[in-house]
Ligand binder design. Structure first.
Ligand SMILES: Nc1ncnc2c1ncn2[C@@H]1O[C@H](COP(=O)(O)OP(=O)(O)OP(=O)(O)O)[C@@H](O)[C@H]1O
Ligand SMILES: CC(=O)N[C@H]1[C@@H]2OC[C@@H](O2)[C@@H](O)[C@@H]1O[C@H](C)C(=O)O
Length: 387
């Protein structure tokens, strides 16, 4: 058994486009014997300008090839800065790092064939720039091999959920609420083949976009505006008609479905509602779409007792209260209760995925992504300086 110690920085920049999460980890062993310690975790917020460029690159109406070309390198420099900072803050010398595991910024994600496009996904943030700037080898682009194997390229965190949270005595659900909301189900005493996972639909994405338009800030702080509004039943009914909620897993979604264009359509018909009523209804819809997925696809199969919530949505008190009310049979915990800070989990996951690459372990979960087989994930950009 290989119990070698590695220091790896995991980088995650998710669909919320709030910033770069970086976790400096010490990992011992691999696979089922993985032990991970988080030595430091930071979020390096994107500048307003950077956020603007990323949103522009994602928007088919406003994007351009030179923009994507340049942004790939600009993000590489931002990611390298995050690696340097997460190490510097705890006086950890960069030269001791064994690797960086970088998710990249998702610019576009086509999980299933559409009229003119084949399944494909694009995460950018040039690994060569990260490797050169940090003098460290980088493992990146984890989603593409899963897609090449016929999968949807997401979600990938289920493998890590399995390694860190499987429980011999009870079934648990790990609910991540970022921009998009995704769940991993770990049946009692499960093996990897029993694990399944999917995106339930929007996380904070619709709420964030409404709050940005009405109040000029990036999110609803602790659910303050949602708490002041009233839920509009007719709007809620319309939102619940969304076919994605009823779609059978495996399934993944993204900003293409719940971003700016979604909110434009919503406001076209419902502008007569007050801002806080719209925010309250969108927040309730987010909770209800999660609960509905549990009822349709999880609770009928497994007696789940506990949900372990992670991601920034765990700070939205209105969302959490409504989730609790809608799923009364489940007790809600946070990843922090299990020793992995809620907001750090995904960055830690990409450090562990890099570690699994070096051990040549397959790390996708075909039940989650729909891939034909499990396979080793990641592109390797070695840093080799011959002088
Ligand atoms: N104090 C808070 N109150 C309310 N919401 C918050 C708070 N802090 C963070 N959030 C929400 O969490 C979001 C960021 O969450 P997170 O970083 O987990 O998402 P992400 O990783 O970008 O998304 P994904 O997991 O979908 O890729 C913010 O955009 C915001 O909506
Ligand atoms: C294509 C893409 O970036 N998907 C993300 C997104 O954000 C949440 C959800 O949608 C999930 O499917 C995935 O991220 C997590 C980290 C995952 O792969 O598990």
């Amino acid at each position: 058994m290989n119990m070698e110690e590695k220091f790896i920085v995991g980088l995650m920049s998710g669909t919320s486009v709030d910033g770069i999460d970086a976790a400096l980890t010490r990992i011992i062993g691999s696979g089922n014997n993985t032990k991970v310690e988080v030595l430091n975790f930071i979020t390096l917020d994107y500048s307003k300008e950077m956020r603007g460029k990323i949103f522009q690159a994602m928007d088919p109406e406003r994007s351009s090839t030179p923009l994507i070309c340049s942004l790939n390198f600009e993000l590489g420099y931002c990611f390298a800065d995050a690696v340097k900072k997460v190490c510097r803050d705890v006086q950890f010398e960069l030269k001791r790092l064994n690797a960086v595991g970088s998710h990249g910024q998702t610019i576009y994600h086509i999980p299933q064939s559409e009229s003119t496009y084949i399944p494909s996904t694009l995460q950018i943030g040039e690994p060569a720039v990260i490797a050169y700037q940090t003098k460290t080898s980088v493992i990146s682009n984890f989603r593409v091999m899963d897609m090449a194997a016929g999968g949807q390229g997401a979600p990938l965190v289920p493998y890590i959920d399995y390694l860190l949270f499987k429980n011999q005595h009870k079934a648990v659900a790990l609910q991540n609420i970022g921009g998009i909301s995704n769940v991993t189900v770990l049946p009692e005493n499960c093996s990897l083949e029993d694990v399944y996972a999917f995106d339930t639909g929007p996380g904070n994405m619709i709420i964030d976009e409404l709050v940005r338009r009405f109040y000029g800030i990036n999110y609803d702080p602790n659910g303050k505006y949602a708490k002041q509004g009233e839920i509009s039943q007719p709007l809620l009914n319309e939102m619940m008609e969304d076919p994605y909620i009823k779609q059978f897993p495996p399934k993944t979604t993204g900003r293409e479905s719940y971003g700016k264009a979604y909110v434009d359509r919503l406001l076209e018909s419902w502008r007569r509602l007050s801002p806080n009523d719209l925010i309250a209804t969108a927040t309730y819809f987010t909770a209800k779409s999660i609960a509905q997925n549990y009822e349709n696809f999880i609770l009928s199969k497994h007696k789940i007792e506990e949900i372990i919530v992670s991601g920034g949505g765990s700070y939205n008190q209105a969302l959490m209260t409504w989730l609790d009310i809608l799923l009364p049979q489940l007790s809600i915990k946070t990843a922090g209760d299990y020793g992995v800070a809620s907001d750090a989990k995904e960055a830690v996951a990409f450090a562990i995925l890099a570690n699994e690459f070096f051990s040549k372990h397959s790390a996708n979960v075909p039940m989650a992504t729909g891939a034909e087989k499990s396979i080793v994930l990641g592109n390797w950009t070695p840093y080799i300086d011959q002088k």
